[in-house]
Design a protein around this ligand. Structure first.
Ligand SMILES: [Zn+2]
Length: 375
């Protein structure tokens, strides 16, 4: 009885192997484009296209992108291309390989930067958005483009085809959700681009109307503006270089009165200013005269990023005006000490030459820079 079972098993196994071999042969035939086999066979090469998709997916998985990929690329080939790939006359013709995407980056609120791998021999590339031909990238060696007029939060199918004359490669497609990724870590919400890099400027991406919390890091002389999130988290939206004083006290207050111009201690003056508490204010770096955007104390401006004030928090004009314009009495101000600059690190200061007696970031003083062609 056992012997009979064994014989049956062996027969079954060998018939399975022979079926398998037939399948493998079919697959091989499909790989050869110049093969004079019938068209339906090369159009039906599921095995091959699957393995290609697999490679492509693992390559692209470094991006946090929706992975649903178009299945059968052969459907997109036109009749002319099918003739080309199947014809025995085209032995000397080379095949344009299918490209792979290298990068998707959200550039601004309505455009996406797309980069793909260069294909040898390609004259250029055709870009598609949701299967509609969008543009040709023809410049030699250029393997990137910008896809615009996108809506935030929507998913788009982006495709690229390499071409040379009438010869075209297979289509490479990816569904990309046009949305920054977000995560809350230790009560702070961060936004990331599709390459997982932190976004430092959320303008246009999310509604940044406030209310806000301002945090002043004394140790590193950095001020960070946070928007209060709906779930109690803080969303960092901007960071400013500042100059606190050596003896500025840590604590938490609510923003107070505002002043367009303000006289300060030691015969110095400020443009925009907002009270934090008692005699401690946010204000611009000092000016020698009251009520002017000239007479900036350049030496003091160049100390931004260090503890240089008598207790107040000094800021560049553009940053100070932002607080003056956007923040009200509901704005919480937290002054603290920490070696960690903040979620966006410490901004860099472009120092001014001695003659530049106005703040280059002052919107009311731009005309001076324009005249001098300095900024
Ligand atoms: Zn200038």
């Amino acid at each position: 009885m056992r012997i009979v079972l064994r014989i049956v098993a062996i027969l079954l196994l060998s018939s399975l192997i022979s079926i398998g071999l037939i399948q493998i042969n079919n697959g091989n035939n499909n790989n050869v484009f110049k093969n004079d086999s019938d068209k339906s066979q090369s159009l039906d090469s599921d095995n091959e296209s699957d393995s290609k998709e697999e490679k492509y997916d693992s390559y692209s998985s470094i991006f946090s992108i929706d992975n649903s990929v178009e299945g059968d690329n052969y459907n997109n080939l036109s009749d002319a291309e099918e003739d080309n790939t199947d014809s025995t006359d085209n032995y000397d013709d080379f095949t344009l390989h299918k490209t792979v995407f290298k990068q998707f980056l959200i550039k601004d609120k309505d455009s996406l930067y797309v980069k793909w791998k260069k294909i040898q021999g390609a004259e250029g590339y055709i870009i598609y958005k949701n299967d509609k031909k969008l543009k040709k990238v023809k410049k030699k060696g250029k393997n990137y483009c910008t896809v615009s007029k996108l809506k935030y939060n929507k998913t788009y199918k982006i495709s690229v085809v390499a071409y040379k004359g009438t010869l075209k490669s297979e289509k490479t497609s990816k569904n990309v959700k046009f949305k920054l990724r977000t995560k809350v870590k230790k009560g702070i919400r961060y936004y990331y681009n599709l390459n997982k890099k932190k976004i430092k400027n959320l303008n246009g991406f999310i509604d940044t109307k406030g209310p806000y919390t301002i945090k002043v890091n004394l140790t590193r002389s950095v001020t960070t503006i946070y928007m209060n999130g709906s779930k109690g988290e803080l969303i960092p939206i901007k960071s400013f270089l500042c100059s606190p004083g050596t003896y500025t006290s840590p604590g938490t207050w609510n923003l107070g009165d505002k002043y367009r111009f303000r006289q300060l201690l030691y015969n110095s003056n400020s443009q925009w200013a907002c009270r934090i508490h008692d005699k401690i204010l946010f204000h611009t770096t000092p000016y020698l005269s009251y009520g002017t955007n000239k007479t900036l104390d350049v030496k003091e401006y160049n100390k931004l990023g260090t503890r240089a004030s008598h207790g107040c928090i000094r800021l560049r004009c553009v940053d100070m005006k932002w607080i003056y314009d956007k923040c009200d009495r509901t704005t919480k101000v937290v002054i603290y000490e920490s070696k960690k600059a903040g979620p966006f690190g410490k901004p860099k200061l472009k120092k001014l030459p001695a003659w530049h007696d106005w703040d280059p970031t002052d919107p009311t003083a731009k005309k001076y820079c324009k005249k001098k062609k300095c900024h």
